[in-house]
Design a protein around this ligand. Structure first.
Ligand code: C5P
Length: 403
């Protein structure tokens, strides 16, 4: 069997209290053998079983356990540490920690990091068989799974307390193998991917603007999936309040013209451009310097001018990346999207129907992919799963285009 590889992956290993904590020492060594860069965070109870010094020696990095450690905060703040992580692995995870994570508590450093991180979360539980089987624990596990966490184990077998059953920590080599398998292929390793996401806001006066209902979730999910596929990702984001996916460089913009400037500055050094932003088609001809006033009972006429088409401009660059557009349509989805693919000279277009019941402001979506001479439907799924499927197709088609 091939040795599992986690080459270059930044893994935050959280260790909670329990007799299995000693196995986390070997886990650190195996994670490092597989090429991962490991930082360890202990809960207060874990530090009763194994000293921070042991983990420090094994990981070659400072080990943290408290939120209130001034010197550790000064060298790398806890939010920075949460952002640093490309994967959060909890092993062993106690029933208490699983409960705290399921409820979104942030009452110690490890729980706070889990809440602040957008990296995938894997949990290897270790507890007494009756604690694992308890309805409360099972409900917490179900909640975390629903939110996308992956459970590694527990294994079934004899326990420290002369009992037997599911609840044992997986062996460290199994945890590493499962983690490596979860990573799957990294088809965009070595590639640079530029993604635009979110709406644009076009100012009318200092307090009003024209915007749209794009939440940015699809574009952020594409950026995250591309980073997980190994790409170096730049995300140009319109005004949204979403957390930056792990390992992604973000440029914030507000208007279509700012987005155009940022995208055109970045596009030449990228291999792929995914235009997921809902760029406003029109902007007011002029921005009023002061708040516009109501006058009598009269209306207001706003003169609008068209915004530049960023996607078409990128597709027209002499050294263009592989160009992927989105088409949000309320009717005739396939016809309109194919016309757009041809008119804007795209390599691929992802079309979806939008309206009151689908598309914007939702967690799930369905996509129809069209490219010159082909089509594929990606069935309704949550936006992160859909983004992973889309990124896999982009990797395939862009590799073919280069060949
Ligand atoms: O023509 P339409 O707006 O439907 O095209 C949608 C696609 O074009 C999306 O990928 C969107 O990001 C991009 N677009 C753009 N600049 C515009 C309008 C749309 O890049 N001004």
């Amino acid at each position: 069997m091939n040795r599992p590889s986690l080459a270059g992956m930044r893994v935050l290993l959280g260790v909670s209290g329990g007799i299995a904590a000693y196995k986390a020492c070997e886990l650190v060594r195996r994670l490092r053998d597989a090429g991962a860069d490991v930082r360890v965070v202990l809960t207060e109870n874990a530090a009763r079983f194994v000293t921070p010094l042991t983990f420090q020696a094994l990981s070659g990095q400072p080990v943290r356990s408290g939120l209130w450690d001034d010197s550790a905060e000064a060298s790398m703040g806890h939010l920075e540490l949460a952002h640093w992580a490309q994967h959060v692995l909890i092993a062993p995870a106690s029933a208490d920690l699983i409960a705290r994570l399921a409820h979104g508590l942030a009452d110690d450093l490890l729980a706070t990091l889990c809440l602040a991180s957008t990296a995938p979360l894997s949990i290897a539980p270790a507890m007494n068989v009756r604690m694992w089987a308890h309805a409360a624990t099972q409900a917490n596990v179900a909640t975390l799974r629903q939110r996308g966490a992956t459970f590694l184990g527990p294994a079934d077998g004899p326990m420290a307390e002369n009992e037997s059953g599911p609840g044992r920590l997986l062996e460290p080599h199994q945890i590493v193998a499962e983690l490596a398998a979860l990573q799957g292929p990294r088809p965009l390793a070595g590639k640079r991917v530029l993604v635009s996401a979110g709406p644009t806001f076009e100012d009318i006066d200092p307090v009003r603007f024209i915007g749209n209902r794009s939440s940015g979730r699809m574009g952020f999910a594409v950026a995250e999936a591309a980073a997980q596929a190994g790409a170096e990702v730049t995300l140009v984001a319109g005004p949204v309040s979403l957390a930056t996916p792990a390992g992604v460089a973000r440029v914030d913009v507000r208007s279509a013209r700012q987005m155009r400037e940022a995208v055109l500055a970045q596009a030449p050094r990228h291999d792929v451009f995914v235009s997921a932003a809902a760029v406003g088609d029109f902007r007011p001809e002029a921005v009023a310097p002061q708040k516009l006033k109501k006058s009598g009972g009269g209306g207001l006429e706003l003169a609008l001018v068209q915004n530049p088409d960023i996607l078409a401009e990128v597709a027209a660059l002499p050294q263009r990346p592989f160009v992927v557009g989105f088409a949000a349509e309320t009717e005739n989805v396939e016809d309109y999207a194919r016309a757009k693919l041809e008119r804007k000279k795209l390599d691929l277009i992802a079309a979806n129907r939008v309206g009151a019941d689908c598309g914007f402001e939702r967690d799930d979506n369905a996509l129809l992919l069209l490219w010159p001479g082909g089509r594929e439907e990606l069935a309704q799924a949550d936006k992160r799963a859909l983004a992973r499927a889309l990124v896999a197709r982009i990797a395939e088609r862009s590799a073919q285009a280069r060949a």
